[in-house]
Design a protein around this ligand. Structure first.
Ligand code: GAP
Length: 445
């Protein structure tokens, strides 16, 4: 993890939020490469979902009517048990003491469970994870609103609006990508548990009785999505929630877990939420949330199959999965260790880098022309500093799948070399054919 965090900063993937002020716990900023990777992940997800005939998209507001969170159960149930250490004042999630370390620098390396056994902890009390704020100028109970802790509720309360506007028939889904906020007691493991993060949620509305079939369908689809974008199969697994661990809304739930350097961690949840959410919104709003089935001529409350992925957690899984160090030959016949971010070409922030082999003989001008020709099609980068071997290594580390070099042969026949990041193989390609050549390669990846 240390290597990933350090590469993230060095290459401009992720920075600590408000770093010059000492940072803000549980918040991170995406740098120039990070923002591209995050956007590419979201774009792939959005395309996968909304290119289907049976899925519509929305973008609901972050602030919602406070009754939404009463109906959803978040006001009453969205809590974690919290304990304080009376000695060092550190705060822990009572159900995660086993993994936690003592907060006292004098006891460096000591497990928090040791302090617990020595009776240093307070009784556990429930702590609500929703961030509260006020709407309008008065800061009283009547004006309390919450920063949404999940994007799902914005979809549920819009279910009938979307259905009527799009004239979709069941089964159909609504997809949304957006920020969510949780005042986590302990943030940890880089982007894994943060206080501000992004979710990619798709809620699929189905006729009761067909829910189990659709649950199995989405469970398989979502795992296949991660594998299709390059995550190693053997680093993914399902984790089914035990009946006594199911969330208050769920009839069945599976997590898709990724094997991070610190162990298995959930990156997406697939839940059979039954008719819980729509029934609760009907009860709390007093407005019908039922669907009229034209074919069956009956009115009922749909069941919901939820696929809920963390964009930021997926980002971290893609980054960790892509990182490798390997021995590679150098120009003088020796070997050296190269760091490679083997990101899937569709996710890579920069698709191609263009280099003049040397900064003379008209090569920089030709390379700049090629760069300008590619810019409307792909995100490209120009680099003319240092030996070409070093430039390749820099792009390997940034995850760039293709490097294009203008050399002396280019001056004669207008061909360039295209070097592939993973195999390091070079192919000569006509400069005019580059946009099409690269587009095909990226789409076939
Ligand atoms: N609507 C259902 C829901 O929100 P969840 O399991 O609490 O379910 C879904 O969250 C996904 O959101 C998780 O699988 C994870 O990827 C992401 N997520 C949840 N809490 C997070 C946090 N504190 N930091 C980063 N990502 C988080």
């Amino acid at each position: 993890m240390e290597k990933i965090v350090s590469l993230s900063k060095r290459r401009g993937y992720v920075f600590q939020s408000s770093e010059v002020y000492g940072g803000l716990n549980g918040c991170w900023d995406y740098g120039p490469l990070g923002v591209e990777l995050l956007r590419n992940i979201k774009e792939q997800w959005w395309q996968t979902m909304t290119s289907r005939e049976d899925i519509e998209g929305i973008d609901a507001s972050i602030l919602m009517h406070p009754r939404v969170w009463e109906a959803s159960g978040h006001v009453a149930n969205f809590t974690d048990p919290m304990v304080d250490c009376k000695e060092c004042k550190a705060r822990f999630r009572a159900d995660q003491i086993e993994d936690a370390m003592c907060g006292n620098p004098a006891y460096k390396g000591r497990k928090a469970s040791k302090c617990q056994h020595e009776g240093k902890f307070t009784e556990a009390r429930q702590f609500n994870l929703m961030f509260k704020t006020f709407i309008g100028p008065t800061e009283d109970n009547a004006s309390v609103v919450y920063l949404r802790p999940e994007t799902a509720q914005g979809i549920y309360v819009n279910f009938l609006n979307v259905q009527a506007a799009s004239r979709q028939k069941l089964p159909f889904g609504i997809a949304q990508i957006g920020k969510a906020f949780r005042n986590e007691i302990n943030t940890k493991n880089f982007l894994f548990r943060t206080r501000e993060f992004e979710q990619m949620e798709m809620q699929f509305f189905v006729k009761p009785g067909t829910d189990e079939e659709w649950f199995r369908y989405w469970k398989a689809e979502r795992l296949a999505w991660f594998i299709g974008l390059g995550i190693d199969k053997d680093k993914l697994q399902y984790h089914q929630h035990e009946p006594d661990k199911l969330a208050h809304y769920a009839k069945d739930a599976f997590d898709i877990e990724y094997l991070f350097p610190f162990g298995w961690g959930e990156i997406e949840g697939i839940h059979n939420r039954t008719d819980f959410d729509l029934s609760r919104h009907e009860e709390f709003s007093g407005k019908s949330m039922k669907y009229f089935d034209e074919e069956a001529k009956e009115r009922y409350t749909p069941y919901i199959i939820e696929t809920s992925a963390g964009a930021s957690r997926s980002f971290m899984a893609f980054l960790v999965n892509a990182y490798r160090e390997e021995e590679a030959p150098t120009a003088d016949g020796k070997t050296e260790t190269r760091v490679v971010l083997g990101l899937h070409a569709k996710l890579a922030p920069i698709k191609a880098a263009v280099f003049p082999l040397v900064n003379r003989d008209g090569m920089p001008e030709l390379a700049r022309n090629i760069l300008q020709g590619l810019r409307p099609h792909l995100r490209v980068f120009y680099d003319d500093s240092g030996a070409v071997g070093r430039r390749y290594r820099r792009q390997d580390e940034a995850g760039t799948p293709y490097c294009i070099t203008v050399d002396s042969q280019t001056l004669q026949d207008n061909t360039v070399t295209v070097r592939e990041r993973d195999s390091m193989q070079q192919t000569r390609v006509g400069a005019d054919a580059l946009p099409e050549y690269l587009r095909k390669k990226i789409n076939a990846a």
